[in-house]
Design a binder for this molecule. Structure first.
Ligand SMILES: NC(=O)c1ccc[n+]([C@@H]2O[C@H](COP(=O)([O-])OP(=O)(O)OC[C@H]3O[C@@H](n4cnc5c(N)ncnc54)[C@H](OP(=O)(O)O)[C@@H]3O)[C@@H](O)[C@H]2O)c1
Length: 320
């Protein structure tokens, strides 16, 4: 799956390119744009070269300013960075895709993106709010087929606006529908994955088709989502393994996901934790430790996207 260059695990995207398997998440709904700016500055200084962004995070300008400053002040070039953004659900109509990508590029201050994902298979009514609602508060859906959205994503690659395209929160049947028509294959499916949601079947499905999986919410989003179990970072098996290795529980969890051949994109705005989360290349988990952690799985999804429950393309009604 991987090669190691400069102490970072890199995952192969195609015959030419690799991407850093440890990325930096930028979804920070409770934090200010200044906090996000500072966090991205620390992340790039620390060595993260892969940033996970999205239009819906509403902070791409702050991320872009941090990238710009880092290019001026730190020894990093645009080409060193792997920048990801995502097409929001209210822009699935094919004629809106290019403009949405251009808006993210403009906010991020970039001439091209490395990867652009369809954020969810579930389109929302186009042309207005991020989450459009009727006067009764019901969320308004779009019936655009994500397969048609995909064709517009491919046009963006042809035009040189983005190097790679991919998916997020798609189930196996939805991925297969894309593969059946794709001129340009999705390289990534970005999905929730943590110790309580191991996603083994979906990962196997993706691997067999040459699609790399990105694990989002690797700590199950503490402080943001609640879970009916011991928080991931306090889970006794994780804590014991961490103690035995002189590492933090967060580092054991990230290492576990990386050793499964995934990309992982932890978010933090605390400089100490941004640095801690990067220090995962100086130790290894044994097969036995990997098995013990895998056994913690409870098939528990936290990001159920309830606004799309009644959508015809809601992705989580089938097993994987
Ligand atoms: N495609 C999608 O639909 C989707 C959905 C969700 C997330 N994502 C992406 O995945 C990224 C990560 O997911 P997430 O933000 O939901 O959750 P996460 O990375 O599992 O957890 C982030 C939370 O954990 C805390 N934390 C981080 N490192 C820590 C450490 N070493 N020790 C203790 N606490 C720590 C952070 O607090 P502090 O900030 O205070 O450190 C933050 O509250 C997002 O930022 C986003 O880029 C994508």
């Amino acid at each position: 799956m991987a090669s190691t260059i400069d102490n970072q695990i890199l995952l192969k995207l195609d015959d030419k390119s690799y991407l850093p398997a440890l990325g930096f998440g930028t979804y920070a709904p409770k934090e200010s744009e200044d906090d996000v700016y500072e966090a991205v500055r620390v992340a790039i200084k620390t060595g993260y070269r892969h940033l996970d962004c999205a239009a819906i995070y509403r902070n791409e300008r702050a991320v872009g300013q941090a990238i710009k400053k880092s290019i001026v002040e730190d020894k990093v070039t645009r080409e060193d960075l792997f920048i990801v953004s995502k097409l929001w659900n209210s822009c699935h109509r094919p004629d809106l895709v290019r403009a949405s990508l251009k808006k993210s590029m403009e906010d991020l201050g970039l001439q091209y993106l490395d990867l652009y994902l369809i954020h969810w298979p579930t389109g929302l009514k186009e042309g207005g709010e991020f989450i459009p609602r009727d006067e009764k508060g019901n969320v308004l859906y779009s019936d655009v087929d994500y397969v048609d959205t995909w064709k517009a994503m491919e046009d963006c690659v042809d035009e040189g606006l983005v190097k790679y395209i991919g998916l997020s929160n798609f189930n196996s049947e939805q991925i297969q529908r894309i593969l059946d028509v794709a001129r340009i294959k999705p390289v990534i499916n970005q999905v929730e994955c943590h110790i309580y949601f191991s996603q083994e079947k979906l990962i196997e499905f993706c691997k067999a088709r040459g699609i790399v999986v990105t694990a989002y919410s690797p700590f199950a989003s503490p402080g943001h989502k609640s879970i009916p179990f011991t928080p991931c970072l306090e889970e006794p098996v994780i804590v014991d393994i961490a103690k035995s290795k002189g590492k933090a529980p967060s580092q054991v969890i990230l290492r576990f996901l990386l050793q499964r051949g995934m990309i992982v994109i932890p978010k933090s705005v605390s400089p100490k934790r941004v640095i801690e989360n990067f220090q995962v290349f100086d130790f290894e988990l044994t097969d036995e430790e990997m098995k013990k952690i895998l056994a913690l799985n409870k098939n528990h999804r936290i990001n159920t996207e309830d606004i799309a429950l009644a959508h015809k393309y809601y992705p989580f009604n089938i097993e994987f």
